[in-house]
Design a protein around this ligand. Structure first.
Ligand code: HEM
Length: 338
């Protein structure tokens, strides 16, 4: 496996630059909201059922023995909020996020802010839009019109991926497939993972409001009383050419590394569209580094996420605490439902 083009000091300096920019944006737009993925279509509970008959090679970490973990699952839009209480409409182009938190996971964890969780984060496209954390800085530079023509040209593939990701038609977050895009360890091997719905997409009677993705999820899980099921799949690393570790803009093709089903996600019919659940959602922290060492995230993009997610979630939770400790007038917090 080749290593990142960035040296360790470049990786660190670039991560700090992204963190500083993200923190500034979070402070300005909504200190107690996630800087990206702020808009939730629902925080729902369910079960993560590790299958009985999986190949020995993937019986590692949370997949080591067949068992059922309780989970929280959060569906989101990636785009930043304009401000607190004002989210981008679901009708606008956007990447859709899926975050899963397994609980009752025994064993030492990489971070120490949660003891018994294992998180998985995914988006609805097989590739990520930048190669490494430097790309995250570069694309922002181009978007703000501050880049020289060479950089503008170099970043075209990133904009193409963003456009492709954002333009997918989504009728319900329960009907689409999600991918990790970046690689993770599975013991001594490397994998990517994906979450694929079992239910067929139906688009009858959808009215495309600004919040139609939450409405569609409520309709399915609450009003119609249906359960949702997903397959949790992994793909094994083959070699750097076919299954690149350091370039998450490159897809791991199924013909090079077929998906192996390791678990079933069950989301039972439930009520979840109420204020107290939204508060829990707002304060929860999903972080790919909430993990057993066996599933440690790898590659430049994932490495950067360690400090960024931890620091931003810490700040976000402090702001939520502050809001509770010292009540603020409504006109100040603009605490609209979302
Ligand atoms: C350098 C690259 C990345 C940066 C800087 C970044 C940044 C962030 C930040 C700041 C948050 C909010 C964290 C919080 O306040 O708790 C977030 C959430 C999220 N990110 Fe990333 N991210 C990156 C890459 C990725 C990748 C590769 C994926 C998966 C394909 C991903 C999926 C998600 C999801 C699903 C959430 C929402 C989690 C939730 O529901 O709470 N991100 N990201």
């Amino acid at each position: 496996m080749t290593i990142s083009k960035l040296s360790a000091s470049e990786q660190e300096a670039t991560t700090d630059a992204v963190l500083a920019a993200s923190l500034k944006s979070q402070q300005e737009k909504g200190p107690s909201l996630r800087q990206i993925h702020p808009k939730s279509h629902g925080l729902v509970w369910g079960e993560f059922i590790v299958e009985n008959n999986i190949p020995d090679a993937v019986k590692v970490g949370v997949f080591a023995v067949p068992q059922t973990y309780p989970i929280w699952v959060r569906f989101s839009n990636a785009g930043e909020a304009e401000k607190r209480g004002k989210f981008v409409s679901d009708k606008e182009p956007n990447a859709r996020g899926l975050a899963i938190k397994l609980m009752n996971v025994q064993g030492e964890k990489v971070l120490d802010d949660e003891d018994e969780t294992q998180d998985f984060t995914l988006i609805n496209h097989p590739v990520f839009f930048v190669r490494d954390v430097q790309g995250y800085i570069d694309i922002a530079k181009v978007a703000s019109g501050q880049a020289d023509p060479d950089l503008v040209k170099a970043m075209q593939p990133s904009f193409a991926i963003l456009q492709e990701t954002g333009s997918k038609k989504v009728v319900n977050p329960l009907f689409i497939q999600y991918w990790s895009t970046t690689p993770y360890n599975l013991g001594s091997q490397a994998i990517k993972f994906s979450v694929k719905p079992q239910q067929e997409a139906v688009s009858d009677s959808i009215s495309y409001s600004d919040d139609y993705l939450r409405e569609a999820t409520v309709k399915y899980l609450t009003d119609e009383g249906k359960d949702a099921f997903f397959d949790f799949l992994v793909q094994l690393y083959v070699d750097e050419e076919k299954t690149s570790i350091e370039n998450p803009m490159q897809e791991w093709k199924e013909e090079d590394s077929p998906f192996i089903k390791v678990a079933t996600i069950k989301i039972p019919s439930q009520k979840f569209d109420f204020d107290e659940r939204k508060r829990l959602d707002e304060g929860m922290s999903f972080n790919p580094w909430h993990t057993l060492p066996e599933h440690e995230p790898i590659g430049s993009v994932n490495l950067a996420r360690k400090k960024i997610y931890q620091e931003l979630a810490k700040y976000r939770r402090e702001q939520i605490q502050k809001r509770l400790r010292e009540p603020q007038p409504f006109y100040f917090i603009k605490d609209e439902p979302h």
